[in-house]
Design a protein around this ligand. Sequence first.
Ligand SMILES: C[S@@+](CC[C@H](N)C(=O)[O-])C[C@H]1O[C@@H](n2cnc3c(N)ncnc32)[C@H](O)[C@@H]1O
Length: 258
Amino acid sequence: MIEKHIPANFGAYFEPFLGGGALLFHLLTKNPSLKCNVSDLNSDLVLAYVVIRDRVKELIMSLENHAKDYQKNPDSYYYSVRENEPTNHIEKVSRLLFLNRTCFNGLYRVNSKGKFNVPLGRYSNPNIVNEENLLSVSHTLQSKRIQIYSHDFSSILGQAKKNDFVYFDPPYQPVSKTANFTGYTDRNFSYGDLEMLVDISEKLSQKGCKVLHSNSKSKDVTDLFSSKWKIIEIPVNRAINSDSAKRTGHTELLIKNY
Ligand SMILES: C[S@@+](CC[C@H](N)C(=O)[O-])C[C@H]1O[C@@H](n2cnc3c(N)ncnc32)[C@H](O)[C@@H]1O
Protein backbone atom coordinates (compact mmCIF):
# COMPACT_ATOMS: atom_id res chain seq x y z
CA MET A 1 0.00 0.00 0.00
CA ILE A 2 2.85 2.36 0.89
CA GLU A 3 4.67 1.45 -2.33
CA LYS A 4 2.81 3.87 -4.57
CA HIS A 5 3.59 6.73 -2.15
CA ILE A 6 7.37 6.30 -2.39
CA PRO A 7 8.76 9.32 -4.29
CA ALA A 8 9.84 8.53 -7.87
CA ASN A 9 13.29 9.99 -7.27
CA PHE A 10 15.22 11.16 -4.24
CA GLY A 11 18.77 11.45 -2.85
CA ALA A 12 19.47 9.57 0.38
CA TYR A 13 16.92 7.61 2.43
CA PHE A 14 16.33 8.33 6.14
CA GLU A 15 14.31 6.16 8.55
CA PRO A 16 14.60 7.50 12.13
CA PHE A 17 12.14 5.00 13.72
CA LEU A 18 13.70 1.94 12.17
CA GLY A 19 12.00 -0.90 14.10
CA GLY A 20 11.80 -3.92 11.80
CA GLY A 21 12.90 -1.74 8.88
CA ALA A 22 10.19 -2.94 6.49
CA LEU A 23 10.51 0.00 4.10
CA LEU A 24 14.32 0.08 4.30
CA PHE A 25 14.61 -3.52 3.12
CA HIS A 26 11.95 -3.01 0.47
CA LEU A 27 13.88 -0.04 -0.99
CA LEU A 28 17.21 -1.90 -0.81
CA THR A 29 15.75 -4.83 -2.73
CA LYS A 30 14.97 -2.45 -5.55
CA ASN A 31 18.23 -0.49 -5.25
CA PRO A 32 21.03 -2.18 -3.24
CA SER A 33 23.34 0.85 -3.64
CA LEU A 34 20.86 3.30 -2.11
CA LYS A 35 22.47 5.71 0.36
CA CYS A 36 20.68 5.16 3.70
CA ASN A 37 20.83 6.68 7.16
CA VAL A 38 18.65 4.70 9.55
CA SER A 39 18.30 4.90 13.32
CA ASP A 40 16.27 3.97 16.36
CA LEU A 41 16.31 5.06 19.99
CA ASN A 42 16.31 1.41 21.07
CA SER A 43 20.04 0.65 21.35
CA ASP A 44 19.41 -3.11 21.71
CA LEU A 45 17.63 -3.11 18.35
CA VAL A 46 20.44 -1.13 16.69
CA LEU A 47 23.00 -3.51 18.19
CA ALA A 48 21.03 -6.38 16.63
CA TYR A 49 21.42 -4.88 13.14
CA VAL A 50 25.14 -4.25 13.74
CA VAL A 51 25.76 -7.81 14.97
CA ILE A 52 23.74 -9.30 12.09
CA ARG A 53 25.87 -7.23 9.71
CA ASP A 54 29.29 -7.94 11.25
CA ARG A 55 29.10 -11.24 13.18
CA VAL A 56 26.26 -13.23 11.65
CA LYS A 57 27.97 -16.67 11.80
CA GLU A 58 28.59 -16.43 15.56
CA LEU A 59 25.03 -15.19 16.03
CA ILE A 60 23.59 -18.17 14.15
CA MET A 61 25.62 -20.57 16.34
CA SER A 62 24.30 -18.93 19.49
CA LEU A 63 20.71 -19.12 18.18
CA GLU A 64 21.18 -22.81 17.40
CA ASN A 65 22.09 -23.38 21.06
CA HIS A 66 18.94 -21.53 22.16
CA ALA A 67 16.84 -23.65 19.78
CA LYS A 68 18.23 -26.90 21.22
CA ASP A 69 17.64 -25.89 24.85
CA TYR A 70 14.17 -24.52 24.07
CA GLN A 71 13.07 -27.81 22.55
CA LYS A 72 13.87 -29.66 25.80
CA ASN A 73 11.57 -27.51 27.92
CA PRO A 74 10.07 -24.45 26.17
CA ASP A 75 8.36 -22.95 29.21
CA SER A 76 11.16 -22.94 31.74
CA TYR A 77 13.83 -22.17 29.14
CA TYR A 78 11.92 -19.13 27.79
CA TYR A 79 11.54 -17.60 31.28
CA SER A 80 15.16 -18.29 32.23
CA VAL A 81 16.35 -16.48 29.06
CA ARG A 82 13.91 -13.63 29.68
CA GLU A 83 15.27 -13.25 33.22
CA ASN A 84 18.99 -13.23 32.38
CA GLU A 85 20.46 -10.21 30.65
CA PRO A 86 23.85 -11.04 29.11
CA THR A 87 26.33 -8.26 28.37
CA ASN A 88 28.28 -9.99 25.58
CA HIS A 89 27.08 -8.56 22.23
CA ILE A 90 26.42 -11.89 20.49
CA GLU A 91 24.53 -13.26 23.51
CA LYS A 92 22.54 -10.04 23.88
CA VAL A 93 21.33 -10.05 20.27
CA SER A 94 20.77 -13.79 20.24
CA ARG A 95 18.57 -13.40 23.35
CA LEU A 96 16.60 -10.57 21.69
CA LEU A 97 15.95 -12.64 18.56
CA PHE A 98 15.16 -15.79 20.55
CA LEU A 99 12.59 -13.91 22.67
CA ASN A 100 11.11 -12.27 19.57
CA ARG A 101 10.64 -15.70 17.96
CA THR A 102 9.14 -17.41 20.98
CA CYS A 103 7.24 -14.69 22.88
CA PHE A 104 3.53 -13.94 22.60
CA ASN A 105 2.79 -12.67 19.05
CA GLY A 106 6.38 -11.53 18.49
CA LEU A 107 5.58 -8.45 20.54
CA TYR A 108 8.37 -6.18 21.79
CA ARG A 109 7.47 -4.44 25.04
CA VAL A 110 9.47 -3.35 28.06
CA ASN A 111 8.36 -2.12 31.47
CA SER A 112 9.28 1.24 32.99
CA LYS A 113 12.64 -0.21 34.07
CA GLY A 114 13.43 -1.26 30.52
CA LYS A 115 12.94 -4.97 31.24
CA PHE A 116 11.35 -7.14 28.52
CA ASN A 117 8.04 -8.37 29.92
CA VAL A 118 6.17 -10.28 27.20
CA PRO A 119 4.98 -13.82 28.17
CA LEU A 120 5.78 -17.03 26.28
CA GLY A 121 3.89 -17.41 23.00
CA ARG A 122 1.94 -20.45 21.84
CA TYR A 123 4.06 -22.00 19.10
CA SER A 124 4.60 -25.68 18.44
CA ASN A 125 7.72 -25.22 16.32
CA PRO A 126 8.99 -21.59 16.22
CA ASN A 127 11.65 -20.78 13.62
CA ILE A 128 14.30 -19.65 16.11
CA VAL A 129 17.37 -19.66 13.86
CA ASN A 130 16.03 -18.48 10.46
CA GLU A 131 19.52 -18.74 8.97
CA GLU A 132 18.60 -17.87 5.39
CA ASN A 133 16.96 -14.61 6.39
CA LEU A 134 19.82 -13.61 8.72
CA LEU A 135 22.43 -14.24 6.03
CA SER A 136 20.42 -12.26 3.51
CA VAL A 137 19.94 -9.29 5.89
CA SER A 138 23.65 -9.44 6.80
CA HIS A 139 24.62 -9.31 3.14
CA THR A 140 22.26 -6.38 2.44
CA LEU A 141 23.54 -4.35 5.41
CA GLN A 142 27.17 -4.73 4.38
CA SER A 143 26.76 -1.96 1.83
CA LYS A 144 29.15 0.88 2.77
CA ARG A 145 26.33 3.27 1.88
CA ILE A 146 24.16 2.25 4.84
CA GLN A 147 24.71 3.96 8.20
CA ILE A 148 22.92 2.70 11.31
CA TYR A 149 22.74 4.72 14.53
CA SER A 150 21.11 4.65 17.91
CA HIS A 151 19.68 8.07 18.66
CA ASP A 152 16.51 10.09 19.04
CA PHE A 153 14.57 11.04 15.89
CA SER A 154 15.39 14.74 16.43
CA SER A 155 19.00 14.16 15.24
CA ILE A 156 17.68 14.01 11.71
CA LEU A 157 17.36 17.76 11.35
CA GLY A 158 21.12 18.25 11.05
CA GLN A 159 21.54 15.34 8.63
CA ALA A 160 18.86 15.23 5.90
CA LYS A 161 19.38 17.50 2.89
CA LYS A 162 17.32 18.83 0.00
CA ASN A 163 15.65 16.05 -2.04
CA ASP A 164 16.39 13.35 0.56
CA PHE A 165 13.46 11.05 1.43
CA VAL A 166 12.54 10.80 5.12
CA TYR A 167 10.09 8.14 6.29
CA PHE A 168 8.76 8.48 9.85
CA ASP A 169 7.02 5.44 11.34
CA PRO A 170 6.87 6.46 15.02
CA PRO A 171 5.06 4.64 17.82
CA TYR A 172 1.47 5.42 16.89
CA GLN A 173 -0.71 7.85 18.79
CA PRO A 174 -3.43 5.99 20.70
CA VAL A 175 -6.85 6.19 19.01
CA SER A 176 -8.63 5.61 22.30
CA LYS A 177 -7.80 5.91 25.99
CA THR A 178 -7.38 2.13 26.36
CA ALA A 179 -5.32 1.66 23.19
CA ASN A 180 -2.17 3.13 24.63
CA PHE A 181 0.54 0.74 23.49
CA THR A 182 3.68 2.83 23.02
CA GLY A 183 6.17 0.77 25.03
CA TYR A 184 8.97 0.01 22.55
CA THR A 185 11.51 1.72 24.79
CA ASP A 186 11.56 2.62 28.46
CA ARG A 187 10.54 6.16 27.47
CA ASN A 188 6.97 6.47 26.18
CA PHE A 189 6.28 8.44 23.01
CA SER A 190 4.22 11.37 24.28
CA TYR A 191 1.98 13.97 22.68
CA GLY A 192 4.89 16.40 23.16
CA ASP A 193 7.12 14.06 21.11
CA LEU A 194 4.50 14.06 18.37
CA GLU A 195 4.38 17.89 18.41
CA MET A 196 8.18 17.96 18.08
CA LEU A 197 8.01 15.43 15.26
CA VAL A 198 5.55 17.60 13.34
CA ASP A 199 7.71 20.67 13.94
CA ILE A 200 10.82 18.85 12.66
CA SER A 201 8.84 17.64 9.64
CA GLU A 202 7.89 21.25 8.80
CA LYS A 203 11.57 22.23 8.97
CA LEU A 204 12.62 19.30 6.77
CA SER A 205 9.90 20.31 4.36
CA GLN A 206 11.29 23.87 4.22
CA LYS A 207 14.72 22.39 3.44
CA GLY A 208 13.22 20.60 0.42
CA CYS A 209 13.14 17.04 1.85
CA LYS A 210 10.41 14.62 0.78
CA VAL A 211 8.71 13.60 4.01
CA LEU A 212 6.33 10.68 4.55
CA HIS A 213 4.66 9.69 7.84
CA SER A 214 2.69 6.66 8.94
CA ASN A 215 0.44 7.02 11.95
CA SER A 216 -2.88 6.01 13.42
CA LYS A 217 -6.09 7.68 12.32
CA SER A 218 -6.35 9.85 15.40
CA LYS A 219 -7.51 13.40 15.90
CA ASP A 220 -4.23 14.34 17.62
CA VAL A 221 -2.40 13.47 14.42
CA THR A 222 -4.68 15.13 11.88
CA ASP A 223 -5.00 18.30 13.98
CA LEU A 224 -1.23 18.82 14.20
CA PHE A 225 -0.44 18.73 10.47
CA SER A 226 -1.12 21.95 8.57
CA SER A 227 -3.19 22.01 5.37
CA LYS A 228 -0.15 21.81 3.11
CA TRP A 229 0.29 18.13 4.07
CA LYS A 230 -1.63 15.49 2.12
CA ILE A 231 -3.39 13.05 4.44
CA ILE A 232 -4.30 9.69 2.88
CA GLU A 233 -6.33 6.97 4.61
CA ILE A 234 -5.20 3.42 3.96
CA PRO A 235 -6.76 0.12 5.06
CA VAL A 236 -4.37 -2.13 7.00
CA ASN A 237 -4.19 -5.45 8.76
CA ARG A 238 -2.43 -5.21 12.11
CA ALA A 239 0.12 -7.92 12.82
CA ILE A 240 -0.33 -7.52 16.57
CA ASN A 241 -3.55 -7.75 18.53
CA SER A 242 -4.42 -10.25 21.22
CA ASP A 243 -7.81 -10.76 19.52
CA SER A 244 -7.11 -12.02 15.97
CA ALA A 245 -10.46 -10.62 14.71
CA LYS A 246 -9.21 -7.15 15.62
CA ARG A 247 -6.15 -7.46 13.40
CA THR A 248 -8.16 -6.67 10.25
CA GLY A 249 -10.37 -3.78 9.12
CA HIS A 250 -8.22 -0.91 10.46
CA THR A 251 -7.52 2.41 8.82
CA GLU A 252 -4.19 4.18 9.19
CA LEU A 253 -2.83 7.42 7.81
CA LEU A 254 -0.07 8.25 5.39
CA ILE A 255 0.89 11.91 5.52
CA LYS A 256 3.21 13.45 2.93
CA ASN A 257 4.44 16.77 1.60
CA TYR A 258 4.95 15.84 -2.08
C1 LIG B 1 6.32 1.61 14.97
S1 LIG B 1 7.95 1.15 15.35
C2 LIG B 1 8.65 1.30 13.79
C3 LIG B 1 8.15 0.29 12.87
C4 LIG B 1 9.12 0.03 11.73
N1 LIG B 1 9.21 1.14 10.82
C5 LIG B 1 8.84 -1.27 11.04
O1 LIG B 1 8.68 -1.31 9.83
O2 LIG B 1 8.76 -2.29 11.74
C6 LIG B 1 8.58 2.48 16.25
C7 LIG B 1 10.06 2.46 16.52
O3 LIG B 1 10.40 3.75 17.05
C8 LIG B 1 11.40 3.61 18.04
N2 LIG B 1 11.37 4.83 18.87
C9 LIG B 1 10.54 5.15 19.90
N3 LIG B 1 10.76 6.40 20.35
C10 LIG B 1 11.77 6.90 19.57
C11 LIG B 1 12.45 8.14 19.53
N4 LIG B 1 12.15 9.14 20.39
N5 LIG B 1 13.41 8.33 18.58
C12 LIG B 1 13.74 7.32 17.73
N6 LIG B 1 13.13 6.11 17.73
C13 LIG B 1 12.16 5.90 18.64
C14 LIG B 1 11.07 2.34 18.76
O4 LIG B 1 12.22 1.79 19.38
C15 LIG B 1 10.51 1.47 17.60
O5 LIG B 1 11.52 0.64 17.05
